[in-house]
Design a protein around this ligand. Structure first.
Ligand code: FES
Ligand SMILES: [Fe+2]
Length: 385
């Protein structure tokens, strides 16, 4: 809510959500709540991950409490069975399968061993990734997660909150931030900071990585946040999945990636160690935000001139949330933005109708357009009816 009592942001933003690690699906279905909506991920035929509306089309039982046998998801209440396309393919008590016996299915993608899904029947944008980097070139560390008592739209705003970097992170701004819009649904801020803290972590960072860092943060739809931290001697990558919870709280799942080394031994020994160390450092950096963000709320009336980039971020997010951005065609499953080597280039998904955002350098690209067939004939998505 803002000071007028009405939020310019939806309860549930559209984007890519993290379901689970791929290996978890071999143990059974996994439920994911996004606000009041519930989804279920499971392993369909040939090991393909599928994500469906978790409320059974029969009487609404929670399918994530069921089981998976031979690529079919079994409802825990009356054992109706669904395939990876959401179609009911068996009812023990009936030979006939009614036409309503069908679950909405959602676009899925697997990246670095993680299952992602779009919470809309058509993904609002391709799965974001780092510019010029393919997922195969990076090794993900084990995710870490936490919950903050602040609404989802505050999370991306943190990157545009220039005041807080010195206070919360001991990073002193060294350059005028560069604002870009790689797509109408993405906003990026890039700036150079001194690593100016006196903690043992910052001392080690200065010694082994460098005393300055160029940090680039790209926020897609307020939901998917990609961070690149480039030091003189190394680059780290962070990916944050923002998930609204009920009651205005937000769950964050963070994945740290490191560039893979060449050579079998280096990959087997050094890479996991490197990933573990950097995860530790980045977790500490992110926890500096988490511990300070409880109770933080958006009120445009209390923002000052020093908050200008953050204000612009909120205005942009309100614009894309209000439908002023006309979405283009949806992308096929497994599309990625920003990568190379088998990864599709960035694609413009829409244009901001009537919005003049002259603060942002446009760079919309004109990528390939592999359209997802047949998402129109689906039952309603959870939370939309
Ligand atoms: S509620 Fe799922 S089969 Fe009856
Ligand atoms: Fe922060």
């Amino acid at each position: 809510m803002n000071h007028l009592g009405r939020s310019p942001f939806p309860l549930i933003p559209e984007g890519w959500y993290h379901a689970c690690h791929t290996a978890e699906l071999s143990r059974g279905p996994v439920g994911v709540a996004v606000g009041p909506a519930k989804f279920v991920a499971f392993q369909g035929l040939r090991g393909r991950a599928a994500v469906l509306d978790a409320r059974c089309s029969h009487m609404g039982a929670d399918l994530s409490r069921g089981c998976v046998r031979e690529g079919r998801l079994h409802c825990p209440l009356h054992d109706w069975r669904y395939d990876g396309d959401g179609q009911c393919v068996g009812i023990p008590a009936s030979e006939k399968i009614p036409s309503f016996a069908r679950q909405a299915t959602f676009p899925t993608a697997e990246i670095g061993g993680h299952v992602l899904f779009s919470n809309t029947l058509r993904a609002p944008f391709p799965v974001p990734f780092y510019d010029g980097v393919s997922p195969e070139a990076l090794l993900p560390a084990a995710p870490f997660e936490f919950v903050v008592d602040t609404p989802w739209y505050m999370i991306g705003a943190n990157a545009f909150d220039l005041q807080h970097f010195r206070v919360a992170h001991d990073r002193t701004l060294r350059s005028t931030p560069l604002l870009e819009s790689p797509s109408p649904l993405a906003r990026r801020i890039t700036a150079t900071y001194d690593v100016s803290g006196t903690s043992w972590r910052d001392r080690l960072t200065r010694r082994f990585s460098g005393d300055q860092v160029v940090m680039s943060v790209t926020v897609w739809g307020g939901v998917n946040i990609l961070v690149t931290a480039t030091f003189r001697r190394t680059t780290s990558y962070g990916m944050v999945f923002v998930r609204p919870l009920e009651g205005g709280r937000t769950h964050l799942r963070n994945i740290v990636w490191i560039p893979r080394r060449r050579g079998v031994v280096a990959r087997a020994v050094l890479d996991p160690l490197d990933a573990w160390v950097r995860r530790h450092f980045i977790r500490a950096f992110v926890m500096d935000d988490a511990t300070r963000s409880d109770g933080v709320r958006y009120n445009p009336a209390t923002l000052i001139e020093a908050d200008e980039e953050m204000s612009r971020y909120f205005e942009w997010l309100a614009r894309i949330s209000s439908g002023e951005v006309t979405k283009g065609e949806p992308h096929a499953q497994h599309d990625f933005v920003g990568g190379s080597g088998g990864v599709l280039p960035r694609h413009e998904f829409g244009s901001i109708g009537g919005a003049d955002d002259s603060s942002v350098a446009g760079d919309t690209g004109n990528g390939s357009d592999d359209r997802r067939p047949d998402a129109g004939n689906q039952p309603a998505a959870p939370g939309t009816d």
